[in-house]
Design a protein around this ligand. Sequence first.
Ligand SMILES: C[S@@+](CC[C@H](N)C(=O)[O-])C[C@H]1O[C@@H](n2cnc3c(N)ncnc32)[C@H](O)[C@@H]1O
Length: 241
Amino acid sequence: MYENDSAAEMYDLLYQDRKDYPAEAERVARLVRERNPGARSLLDVACGTGIHLRAFAELFERVEGVDLSRPMLDVAAGRLRTAGPKGVPLHLGDMRELRIEGRFDAVVCMFSSIGYLRSTDDLDRAVGAMSRRLEPGGVLVIEPWYFPETFLEGHVSGHALTRDGRTITRVSHSTREGDATRMELHYVLADAGGVLHRSEIDRLTLFTREQYEAAYRRAELKPEYLETSGAGPGFFVGTGA
Ligand SMILES: C[S@@+](CC[C@H](N)C(=O)[O-])C[C@H]1O[C@@H](n2cnc3c(N)ncnc32)[C@H](O)[C@@H]1O
């Protein structure tokens, strides 16, 4: 998963076309400021290629990102070179540990990245680590993966994009495997040099709503679950004391 430069680059090209990242960042900033009107700093956990971070840098004075994948962070570094007067520090790290200095008025974990964790112990560790990076009154926003009862067995999706002499297609097929989604992804990239096919299997845990809420409570945050209109998985929001 996102383990090499071409995978990170394909992810970046496809998803910036597929999702409205600036609108999502504005929505999250609103959720934060409704609970902490003076919020000035934000940490994006599992920031990927930094597309939300670029938008967050316009909305918060100080933003930083952390991700487990070096190739994803390399793409983020290119994107964020000119963002914000003080730049955007990017850290290689695991959301279950977060060995990062400093605290933030908001910590966010977007696009179901939390679903890559395999167990409720890991979920507790990650939510605990994120909550410890919050300033007093800080807000933790997590966009979960689907719940067992909202996951659609056999779900398929696809996307195609042509830009700068390159065409990329992505198709996915998801099935349930125990307490997780098994998502089979195929990418085909065509450019002047030829055609490249790659595929991967992603496994995302179908944590229950109660498991997310329990992780927030263990981290001494009061959880709220907010549904998103349409088919999105919603948001968990919690504010520290
Ligand atoms: C679906 S991508 C989302 C990236 C970005 N947040 C976005 O919205 O485009 C999932 C990201 O989670 C990261 N990730 C997965 N497990 C992680 C972990 N344990 N700690 C930190 N990052 C992780 C991956 O490297 C990848 O960049």
